[in-house]
Design a protein. Structure first.
Length: 286
């Protein structure tokens, strides 16, 4: 199915993303019910990427009257509301999944209000999630229109693979000399989950499992900054290419997942030559 952006051009429907967001009340309807004035107009339109005068306002927490036990006077207590950060996080996960799956097309412009309609939420959490993707370099702001998925080529992918190899290979080789076999065994369920996703041919699920395995492996070094940087590079390496090779199929994913299991076997046995060969080959193939 397709959706249309604010310019009227066809945009792919991303409702098939693996992360589902529960349907929520329209922000405008909530505001009409509560009678709360919006301060949305104070936001800068340039940072949002679209016209702001027609956007639904951000809902404020509803308050209800209660009585103090000590004074019997009415007091205001906030009624529990849905955490916007949680919704934004779910939208961000769904957009990342759609990006890896190729449902967000490089060069295509997407409008936050239109995507919000597809997710059943207001445009605000979608826009915030898109702004995070812009910070990561996945999309760029198109003033008064929305967000365009960045076009990437094979050269950028090769550069990312080179940087990842420079960071991860020395760390893995050092860990191979110091980490006991029992710790490597703890990573096997992650490698097996990646193998199952590869066997199913699901690129988006495999991408998530692949990152989880590398994240857990590097976390054994105890360097949080290294893990964060490597994870960001890994995620960027999974974005779709323009004019590049055909997206990796089931056989390619299965071969990649098999390298994870073979690497764990070599790490458990502290077979350093095999570890070095496998880890270098792994980055050369990605």
């Amino acid at each position: 199915m397709s959706a249309r952006g604010s310019t009227g051009s066809a945009a792919p429907d991303i409702r098939t993303a693996s992360v589902r967001v529960p349907a929520q009340a329209r922000a405008a309807d909530v505001e009409r019910e509560r009678g709360v004035a919006s301060d949305e107009s104070r936001s800068a339109s340039g940072a949002r990427g679209e016209h702001t005068h027609s956007e639904p306002p951000i809902p404020h927490p509803r308050v209800e009257s209660a009585r103090s036990v000590e004074t019997s006077r009415p007091v205001e207590t906030a009624r529990p509301v849905v955490q916007r950060a949680s919704v934004r996080g779910q939208i961000l996960d769904a957009l990342r999944t759609a990006l890896v799956a190729g449902e967000l097309v490089p060069g295509q412009v997407y409008s936050a209000p239109v995507l919000g309609e597809r997710f059943g939420v207001s445009a605000t959490p979608v826009r915030e999630a898109m702004q995070q993707l812009a910070l990561e370099g996945a999309v760029e702001v198109v003033p008064n229109r929305g967000f365009r998925v960045v076009r990437r080529g094979t050269r950028e992918l090769a550069e990312l693979a080179e940087i990842r190899a420079l960071l991860e290979v020395p760390v893995v080789l050092r860990l191979a000399r110091t980490v006991p076999a029992a710790r490597w065994a703890e990573l096997r369920p992650l490698a097996e989950a990646a193998a199952r996703a590869a066997s199913a041919g699901c690129r988006a699920t495999y991408a998530e499992c692949d990152r989880a395995f590398h994240h857990a492996m590097l976390a054994l070094a105890g360097n949080d900054q290294l893990v964060q940087i490597a994870d960001d590079l890994h995620r960027r390496a999974q974005w779709p290419l323009v004019g590049g090779p055909v997206p990796r199929g089931r056989a390619d994913l299965m071969a990649d997942a098999a390298e994870h299991l073979a690497l764990l076997d070599a790490l458990t046995a502290q077979d350093l030559p095999t570890v070095q060969s496998l880890v270098r080959e792994h980055f050369a193939d990605n």
